[in-house]
Design a protein around this ligand. Sequence first.
Ligand code: GCU
Length: 445
Amino acid sequence: MRYLIFGVFLLWSFQARTQPSQQLRDSLNRLSQQDHQLMMQRLGITSLRPGPSGNPEAPNAANADEAKASPYTSLPDPLVFDSGKPVKAAAQWQKRQREIREAFDREVYGRMPDHTPAVTWEVVRTVDTLEGSYPVVRKELRGHVDNSAYPAIEVTLEMTLTTPARATSAVPLMLEFGWNFPANWPRPPVEHPTWQEQLLAQGWGYAILIPTSFQADNGAGLREGIIGLMNQGQPRQLDDWGTLRAWAWGASRALDYFEADRSVDARRVGIEGLSRYGKAALVAMAYEPRFAIGFIGSSGAGGAKILRRQFGEQVENLASSAEYHWFAPNFIKYAGPLTPNDLPVDAHELIALCAPRPVFISVGSPAVEGQWIDARGMFVATVQAAPVYELLGKKGLGTTTFPPQETALTQGDLAFRQHAGGHTVVPNWPTFIPFAARYFGSVAK
Ligand code: GCU
């Protein structure tokens, strides 16, 4: 009951104080729909298959029956060249990696422009403070994007960086894609140690980058932000980058900053995110070789889940006007006339692009989080990425059997764990941190 009351309060306060007005939301939806229509026109598509509902009670509810989940007969093989020849040696991987990247660029996440403008980081404020019982230094940062090519669009990246105050050398760091909750957002009681305190206990730091500060989370915003700046306010080309790729670009610019800040060891920086930011974290990890480790939370469709599986969220949902902006416009065509089976790549190859670096795939309990995320679809993708890791002398999950809840598969360089909670990574931090410590080392206690 207490939770129910809190929930209602949360909803009220969200709507009353933090949500854009209904009018603004309507107008954002309308603009997103218009841009989506324009992309369909350019693709020569007049109709799309609708996606299933995320509401398990709805007549068109997404499939949650494992027996109907795998209509596909095979997945694209990450270790076969486009020519049909097998990849036999580690030395050939780079060439194959380029082919896989090209397919993701063209058909799924879109191409990032070859030259993106410089970002000048400004330390707005530095404070000495406490995080729990840990003395820390917190820097509030703004990344100003050079917009001299098109001054009508201004783009600024917002980030905070928190490092242990007593560190005697540069520290490892986890970079989180952060949700932009306003300061007056009512939060549920947090359990200590928080994930931030757990990182500080290792002698590590953390940073939080706000993705929506430089690219809005809707189609209406595609002519603004970093994507809009590059296109000088014009609509996207069919293989142009989508929002996930743009958010990943921002994470790379954050890394540029860490390379210049002596409190951070930029060779030991990991990326973490949940849900749409879990997708973005995996894309960042796949495209940015300087990220040392990835902690990918409930990323689901468009992230770590096999798109060919008919379980939970589908390509048809991702291609709709509510979510297409995460991808290249070309991706829309896989919801009509093409199908997910026509995709030249699937999620296991996105994970494979991260090889040989460690990746931890996290998900919640279906009983709490629901089935939309498709835990098994992400597990299958992780299993199917393993041959690439093995080719490069690393280890996969060590099993092809889906583990019971709360069983950590962390022996290899690919890791998987389904926690008992909901749509959050929080219960998996205590498992992720020792996994990461194998690579980062523990700096201080
Ligand atoms: C929706 C969407 C998911 C996404 C999630 C989130 O449920 O369908 O793809 O991951 O929102 O970001 O919370």
